[in-house]
Design a protein around this ligand. Structure first.
Ligand code: FAD
Length: 474
């Protein structure tokens, strides 16, 4: 018997129930389909950085499996055609939760079932299905803490090993991974990324081990320090399903059991995995969060429009060093530290008063871990418009945030090298530095580094004034 296993955001062999079940039943035909955003009705197409990761992750998956059929086009058409060509009796996949994916998968499931094909879908990218957890009164959770408390009461399933035996069905290759043209060409803005990242299942497992061994200790506090290495950087691996949250949970608990003093850090780390679960819970129950304010009162917010300010923010030229450092880290590596993501997002929304959807779109295109659930929930969290969000009136001061979380200035100096020689006292506000300090650092404001594009205090007042309209609309 032949089972088609349709790989999507589960690019791994271990803890992959769709693959394990198929392998246990007979021959497996593994397929990846690159969908065209037009034909799939996808509103949030794959961003440039994600495409880079996907290319490398597919290569790794193909090598691990032995082979992988690559198709391009509408899965609604491609899958039934493949069933017909190969005589496959079953189709398996692991579930995705993006609204467009749910719609597409339901349609495909219904039509294949009608054609007599045995179609099965599995849970592989979350600890709990979004519908498995509900409040005492029976609805979805809107607040994180009770959500994560309820999750702790549930039984966690143990991750599956790699299938012991994997026999592939023979097939004729239609396209190669290179044919998908996922890599940037002219210019190749991802040059050197392969030295920073190792996409694929093996890379994900090595990243987790290195984190647990060295950087989990102190995570609870040090996770807020962009100048230190104490975060896992697992997010792109998790997004593409090269590792499952169940595997991360199991190994983290094992690490904490074997070494004293790690319990709190391990619990904090797993609670961040819990935020990911919560974002998926929200996306499933409130599928409009990628494009509409979760709190409709925010529709009354008087957003500005300014191409010039948006471009200054995107290119790390705002004149606020911690903001510019974050935006340049993002552009140069496809990643930005979580603390800095919060600072730059707050700056776009509150200092520049540009709609959070502009920020969401830029992150979607430039982040290697761009993820519809996490990205939209996080942007709405910072904007104050989301579920369990940070209150709008809490406006980050980029100068004090920089001084607090990058105390020696190592992070800013790394990404904004023109400020390298500036005394740490002025590093987060070069525009307040006396002439002599600027001269000593070889800095000419407005020439070698921009003057601030907005005044922090005036911007703060304007943001709060705009918020009055939201309050009135509520
Ligand atoms: P760690 O601290 O090591 O955390 C481990 C894992 O937990 C992460 O890999 C991630 O899967 C999950 N996680 C951690 N923090 C959060 C969070 N706040 N919300 C949801 N899950 C979390 N994360 C994405 O994966 N994709 C995105 O597109 C994304 N966009 C964001 C946009 C903004 C404006 C903000 C403020 C945050 C965003 N995040 C996003 C959440 C968070 O910043 C990243 O998950 C985290 O920085 C990834 O780094 P890490 O793997 O080293 O994190």
């Amino acid at each position: 018997m032949i089972t088609i296993v349709w790989f999507r955001q589960d690019l791994r062999l271990s803890d992959n129930p769709a693959l394990s079940e198929a392998a246990a039943q007979g021959k497996v035909l593994p397929v990846f389909i690159l969908e065209d955003p037009q034909t799939s009705g996808e509103t949030h197409a794959l961003g440039g950085a994600s495409r880079w990761w996907l290319h490398h992750s597919l290569r790794s998956l193909k090598q691990d499996l032995g082979d992988l059929l690559i198709l391009r086009g509408d899965a609604r058409v491609a899958l039934p055609a493949l069933v017909e060509q190969t005589g496959a009796e079953a189709v398996h996949w692991n579930r995705c939760y993006e609204p467009q994916a749910i719609e597409r998968d339901s349609e495909i499931k219904a039509s294949l079932k009608e054609a007599g094909v045995n179609v099965r879908s599995f849970k592989a990218s979350l600890l709990f299905e979004p519908w498995e957890l509900e409040t005492k009164t029976g609805g979805p959770f809107k607040v994180y803490s009770p959500f994560w408390r309820a999750a702790q009461q549930k039984i966690f399933s143990a991750p599956l090993p790699r299938p012991q035996k994997l026999e592939l069905a023979s097939f004729e290759a239609e396209s190669t991974i290179d044919d998908l043209e996922l890599l940037p060409a002219q210019p190749n803005w991802a040059e050197g990324w392969d030295r920073l990242w190792t996409p694929g299942e093996q890379g994900a497992r090595e990243r987790l081990s290195a984190f647990l061994e060295k950087d989990l200790e102190g995570y609870g506090e040090l996770r807020n320090r962009p100048d230190l290495p104490n975060v896992s950087r697992l997010s792109p691996h998790l997004h593409f399903g090269e590792i499952s949250p169940g595997q991360i949970r199991q190994e983290t608990l094992a690490a904490a059991e074997h070494r004293d003093g790690l319990d709190k850090d391990a619990a904090k780390f797993l609670s961040e995995i819990g935020w990911r679960e919560f974002a998926y819970h929200l996306l499933y129950h409130f599928p409009t969060i990628p494009h509409a304010n979760w709190k409709p009162g925010f529709d009354a917010y008087p957003w500005r429009e300014s191409e010039e300010d948006l471009r200054a923010w995107q290119s790390g030229q705002t004149g606020y060093p911690i903001v510019d450092a974050g935006m340049r880290e993002l552009w140069q590596t496809g990643y930005m530290h979580n603390r800095v993501r919060m600072i730059v997002a707050s700056f776009l929304i509150k200092h520049l008063r540009l709609d959070w959807r502009h920020g969401e779109a830029w992150f979607r295109d430039t982040l290697l871990d761009a993820d519809l659930a996490n990205n939209s929930a996080s942007w709405q969290w910072v904007a104050g418009s989301g579920a369990d969000a940070s209150p709008y009136f809490r406006i980050f001061n980029p100068m004090t945030q920089g001084a607090k979380f990058d105390p020696e200035g190592d992070y800013v100096r790394k990404w904004v090298p023109e400020l390298k020689e500036l005394d740490t006292t002025y590093l987060n506000a070069p525009f307040e530095a006396p002439k002599v300090a600027l001269e000593k650092a070889g800095l000419r404001l407005g020439e070698t580094y921009p003057r601030p594009i907005v005044d922090h205090f005036k911007a703060r007042d304007a943001a709060l004034e705009g918020y009055q309209l939201v309050k009135q609309a509520n």
